[in-house]
Design a protein around this ligand. Structure first.
Ligand code: XMP
Length: 310
């Protein structure tokens, strides 16, 4: 693919479509939304307002770090603190589908639609890629919010038009375009991270305390496994307790699962054969997290398991 030509064509099309109106987009820091943000800003400059919604479910320091990267590139990003709204929507929920739905509803129906209304934007950029469309149409994924494919007319229902400039690209194309747009590798070469963020890695209720636990474990796992070249690695908090012993006292502690996989496209996956000493180090560090006394390594391939636990 000729990335320079793709960028020129998209910029011309965006300019023509948006005209003098204002546009808005939500940046998560994932590859797709990052590339859309950079592309949209090249086309529209300050006519595009980019917001980053802190939903309380992101990784350690992630919202601030992502906003900072873009500010350094001269792209202003408004950080919106919506932590309370997401946490209260998730309160008491344990069913995986209900949790995912609560996050989607809070994002679209409450927080983002309010921000779009306040901004007066008529256009909304979305980082949909070709794989999202294919998988949504094929019924493989329900999580990708491809409004048109789902039969929702955003102009009628929400009052804005959705623009999806990456919808002809696959992930490798998106990464290449991002690189040419000047995005750092920290963003273009990121390992996959799910939309529901750390909530996809908490079995059972999502509370601030449980988020803090899985967030700490995630930071350890990502740091220890960054040099493996694995497709994806993550930490999961189970909704169960096990007996342990610490300082000569028996305690009932929480259980963290570590997952590290080899995959091409996440449709199938196998567990990475990690060196034993690396696993032992991770185990030692994870069981230093307050309240955690067990750390397990998941060997299950996909199928029958999925990558995420929720
Ligand atoms: P599963 O758990 O379905 O995950 O085997 C396959 C890949 O997709 C990612 N994933 C998501 N990505 N929104 C996303 O954008 C989601 O809701 C979501 N759920 C799973 C997962 O991290 C893995 O790479």
């Amino acid at each position: 693919m000729d990335c320079a030509k793709f960028i020129d064509e998209q910029i011309a099309e965006i300019k023509q479509t948006v005209g003098t109106a204002t546009a808005i987009n939500a940046l998560s820091g994932g590859v797709d939304s990052s590339v859309v943000t950079a592309l949209g800003h090249q086309a529209l400059g300050t006519q595009l307002k980019t917001i980053l919604i802190d939903n309380a479910l992101m990784r350690e320091g992630e919202p601030q770090r992502v906003a900072e990267i873009f500010r350094k590139m001269g792209i202003p990003v408004e950080l919106v603190d919506a932590r309370e709204e997401f946490l209260s929507a998730l309160k008491g929920l344990t069913d995986p589908e209900e949790k995912r739905q609560a996050i989607t509803d809070t994002f679209y129906a409450k927080v983002f639609s309010r921000l779009v209304k306040e901004s007066g934007a008529k256009f909304l950029f979305h980082g949909t890629i070709l794989t999202d469309i294919e998988e949504t149409v094929a019924g493989i994924k329900r999580q990708h919010n491809i409004l048109a494919q789902l039969g929702i007319d955003p102009a009628k229902e929400y009052g804005y038009t959705v623009l999806e400039p990456l919808k002809t690209l696959r992930k490798d194309g998106v990464r290449a375009v991002g690189k040419l747009l000047g995005l750092p590798e920290e963003l273009t070469q990121r390992i996959p991270f799910p939309g529901p963020a750390l909530a996809a890695r908490i079995v059972g209720e999502v509370t601030p305390e449980r988020l803090a636990t899985v967030r700490a474990a995630t930071a350890i796992v990502e740091e220890e496994l960054a040099d493996t070249g694995a497709f994806q690695y993550l930490a999961v908090l189970l909704n169960d307790y096990a007996t342990g012993i610490r300082d000569n006292k028996r305690e009932f502690g929480q259980i963290i699962v570590v997952r590290c996989i080899e995959s091409v496209d996440a449709r199938t996956a196998t567990a990475t054969k990690l060196p034993w000493d690396k696993l032992e180090r991770i185990c030692r560090r994870v069981t230093d997290i307050p309240g955690v006394n067990r750390c397990l390594y998941d060997l299950t391939p996909k199928p029958p398991a999925t990558v995420e636990y929720v």
